[in-house]
Design a protein around this ligand. Structure first.
Ligand SMILES: Nc1nc2c(c(=O)[nH]1)N[C@H]1C(S)=C(S)[C@@H](COP(=O)(O)OP(=O)(O)OC[C@H]3O[C@@H](n4cnc5c(=O)[nH]c(N)nc54)[C@H](O)[C@@H]3O)O[C@H]1N2
Ligand SMILES: Nc1nc2c(c(=O)[nH]1)N[C@H]1C(S)=C(S)[C@@H](COP(=O)(O)OP(=O)(O)OC[C@H]3O[C@@H](n4cnc5c(=O)[nH]c(N)nc54)[C@H](O)[C@@H]3O)O[C@H]1N2
Ligand code: SF4
Ligand SMILES: [Mo]
Length: 740
């Protein structure tokens, strides 16, 4: 530490995990820069550049505290306590509940590792949960993960694109479907730009012309939530023209199996034939010629590397939609070939996420009865199921490592009721939030720049996956903050689980994790930029082992889905919340509401950081100029966004690339930025700008439980001056900051 030499590190504030160098002046962290020698370090974003402002922000939580007033009081009456008191209380409450109601009565939660540095500790958090014996872990994956985990699991036997990663460096064609890495994952955006520059084709499927869509060979402006119809139509064109990998389909899929006297291939071709380009155009809004031209590119420019994300995850039909895309992908024959989606070799290490504790008798996770093939099968609980279980008191306590539950899930008001109803709730966080405000105890967490973390593999390429880095603290913890990792180990020992946590010795735990790699902690400390393990990719590994599906092949037809009453072949269902599904609501709410991430903030965070908020001072709603004109709205006006569940406010932003029926909102607006004098917005009530106040978690996807946040009926109206009450409404929803 100290000195003026830049310190090699990486930024873990979001999923990109960009390689970086930190500048310190007199022991103060002053700047973060890209580190082009790091496999993810070509660039860093504005949030990474603002890292010092996050570290030194005056609103950081610096001491453990406990509430002294009832959960519905306006002021939680936070009272500073010691770490010993905080951790002893947590351990005592958890053990008492485990004795009286079983460990399943204690729910756990963590922020998504894609939006936070909980990635440093998330495997250890899981170890704690599994070891404690609770099957009820809620981690937001129903909003951005389960579709692309479950659909490929029931197609390929493993997650594609999550486990089989897109080999962008060598791809002939890159397909991004409901994914905008320019905002969400910089390291993918830079590799894609390089791939396009060397001649790779790019296909982007997105209702907005966002990010790399401007560089794409084909940008398909799909109507939100109709992506399965588009995938089935692309497949129809491919099958009709023979634009598919005949050998792969014959040898490595279940195309030749017979179901009721017909081959799976015949059934699939018939299903796709229901979506000729003309019919698909009527459903999706994508022109027939674009569908044909895209199908041709996918075939002629293969191998295809693809990635799908949030654009497909927040729908009532998420899993079947992604399955349709998975089957389409199988037709290209690009799986596990160079330039396709590849299972890169991993640095050997000991798993530490506690899967060994899953053997034997375990209480069932909440939701397994309703969705037996979904998250609960793997001991995860959706937000919807968590709220229900908390409200009917099957879950009585929550231990949360970050995460802003009430703001992140649809129906924030119900979320507040669920959290208020718990007997005990502890939140470990960097900042106070509308969720942390409902806790009994809050624990102050370090930013990643104040703590050490071990990262084995950076996911983007074989080179990146070969890098092991021990990120070192740049500065000491502020106040009494501790890392999530430290809190997990402290809590585990107090819960009597020390034997499974190296008796609280984190170094010993890291050594155990690293042992198979042959790399030592000393080596990593001596090489803060990381140590590279020589690894060579092996392709088409399925030829040795088959696929991890029941048939050992890619399952175009899934007997597993059929056995549980789900469609065994991918199909399209109109989103259940759209104007076409809800003609009863379409008169009053004729528009379709979707949403997307902001470049300047992670999810519901960072509005308090001046360097970021200055570029995006207000919540926005994107709309076509014609949509605005028809309602007497001009660019920059404050508007009211109305759904059948209520109204919130935002400022009109024009986007001529949108279909005039489609509008795009931003979730996560609640916090004030005192430095810039910019207001906060209450999470609930009439002056709110909280998108999830007017969205719901149901009707959810029947397989994964995904929430339908991206294809919802809505309307927009000008907000009268009286309605907006100026910009100083609710200056801050912070609870008392005096503790920090
Ligand atoms: N800057 C920044 N980076 C982040 C985050 C952040 O909040 N800010 N969050 C992190 C997290 S938690 C995640 S999950 C990832 C998510 O990363 P992405 O999935 O890339 O995030 P989004 O911008 O929400 O959605 C991607 C695209 O889907 C489009 N879309 C919306 N509806 C539909 C639809 O119905 N069909 C299709 N095909 N597309 C649609 C949107 O227009 C958007 O451009 O980003 C991570 N990185
Ligand atoms: N309408 C709508 N709703 C959405 C989405 C959407 O696109 N539209 N996106 C959804 C998605 S993809 C996701 S993943 C969820 C995200 O939901 P969350 O996981 O709740 O993510 P954030 O809103 O970023 O909140 C993160 C919280 O964790 C804290 N935190 C940050 N870093 C750390 C850390 O290192 N340790 C600890 N202990 N705490 C930390 C932050 O201060 C903050 O309170 O939201 C979802 N909600
Ligand atoms: S994209 Fe930005 S916030 Fe995310 S890891 Fe890179 S620098 Fe950090
Ligand atoms: Mo996410």
């Amino acid at each position: 530490m100290g000195g003026d030499d830049p310190v090699p590190t990486y930024c873990p504030l979001c999923v990109s995990r960009c390689g970086a160098r930190a500048t310190l002046t007199d022991g103060t962290f002053v700047a973060l820069h890209p580190d082009p020698s790091h496999p993810t370090g070509k660039a860093i974003c504005v949030k990474g550049r603002a890292a010092p402002q996050i570290v030194y922000h005056p609103a950081r939580l610096l001491h453990p505290a406990r509430r002294t007033t009832p959960k519905d009081a306006a002021d939680p009456g936070w009272e500073q306590i010691t770490w010993d008191e905080a951790l002893d209380t947590v351990a005592e409450r958890l053990m008492t509940l485990a004795d009286s109601d079983g460990p399943e009565s204690v729910g756990f939660s963590s922020s998504s590792p894609s939006t936070s540095a909980i990635s440093d500790a998330v495997d250890w958090v899981q170890r704690l949960i599994r070891c404690f014996g609770s099957p009820n872990y809620s981690n937001y994956m129903e909003l951005c993960g389960w579709g692309r985990y479950l659909a490929p699991l029931y197609t390929f036997g493993a997650s594609v694109p999550g486990v089989y990663l897109p080999d962008l460096e060598n791809a002939g064609c890159i397909l991004f479907w409901g994914y905008n890495p320019s905002v969400a994952r910089l390291a993918h955006a830079t590799s894609t730009a390089a791939a396009v520059a060397r001649g790779a084709k790019l296909v982007v499927v997105d209702p907005r012309k966002a990010g790399l869509a401007a560089k794409a060979d084909h940008w398909l402006r799909v109507r939100p939530g109709t992506d399965a119809a588009l995938a089935l139509s692309l497949m129809h064109v491919m099958i009709q023209n023979g634009w598919y990998d005949v050998d792969f389909v014959r040898d490595w899929t279940n195309a030749a199996d017979e179901v009721d006297g017909r081959t799976v291939w015949d059934l699939l071709a018939s299903r796709c034939a229901g979506f000729p380009p003309d019919a698909a155009a009527e459903i999706t809004g994508v022109a027939p010629a674009d569908i044909v031209a895209t199908a041709r590119t996918l075939w002629e420019a293969r191998p295809v590397a693809f990635y799908t994300w949030s654009g497909l995850e927040q729908h009532s039909g998420t899993t079947q939609t992604i399955r349709a895309i998975n089957v389409l992908y199988a037709l290209t024959g690009s799986l596990d070939v160079r330039g396709g989606n590849v299972l890169f070799e991993d640095v050997p290490s000991n798993p530490i996420d506690g899967t060994e504790f899953l053997d034997g008798e375990r209480p069932p996770a909440v939701g397994v009865d309703k969705r037996p093939l979904g998250p609960a099968r793997f001991e995860f609980v959706t937000g919807e199921d968590f709220y229900t279980a908390a409200l009917d008191r099957r879950i009585k306590a929550l231990v949360s490592f970050g995460g802003n539950m009430v703001m992140a899930h649809g129906d924030s008001t119900r979320g507040r009721e669920a959290l208020r109803g718990l007997d005990f709730f502890v939140q470990a966080d960097l900042f106070m939030s509308p969720t942390a405000e409902l806790a009994d105890i809050v624990l102050p967490v370090t930013t990643p720049f104040e703590s050490e973390a071990l990262k084995i593999g950076f996911e983007y390429s074989q080179e990146a996956q070969s890098l092991v880095q021990l990120r070192q603290p740049l500065v000491p913890p502020r106040g009494e903050a501790r890392s999530d990792l430290q809190i997990v180990f402290d809590l585990a020992t107090r819960l009597g689980l020390g034997a499974h946590f190296w008796e609280g010795d984190m170094e010993a735990a890291f050594r155990h994790q690293l042992a198979p790699s042959g790399i030592t902690l000393e080596e990593l400390r001596a090489h803060p930029a990381g140590v590279r393990v020589p690894l060579t990719t092996r392709y088409r590994k399925y030829a040795d082992t088959g696929f991890a599906t029941p048939s050992g092949k890619v399952e175009l037809y899934s007997a597993t889905l059929a056995a549980h009453g789900y469609a065994p072949l991918p199909d399209f269902e109109e989103p259940l919340t759209s104007p076409r599904s809800r003609p009863d609501l379409a008169d009053r709410y004729p528009l379709v509401l979707s949403c997307a991430k902001s470049l300047f903030f992670c999810e519901t965070q960072h509005r308090q950081v001046a360097a970021l908020r200055k570029s995006a001072p207000d919540p926005q709603l994107e709309m076509h100029p014609a949509t605005a004109a028809a309602r007497g709205i001009t660019a920059g006006d404050w508007i009211s966004l109305n759904t059948p569940h209520g109204s919130i406010r935002a400022r009109a932003k024009f986007n001529a690339s949108l279909d005039p029926q489609v509008v795009f909102g931003q979730h996560g607006w609640w916090e004030a930025c005192d430095e810039l004098g910019l207001p906060g917005y209450p999470p609930y009530g009439p002056a709110s700008a909280n998108l999830n106040l007017v969205l719901r978690q149901t009707p959810s996807d029947p397989i994964s439980g995904s929430s339908p946040l991206r294809a919802s009926v809505c309307n927009v109206a000008p907000l009268s001056a009286a309605g907006h009450e100026g910009r100083d409404v609710a200056r801050s929803t912070h609870a008392d900051n005096s503790l920090t």
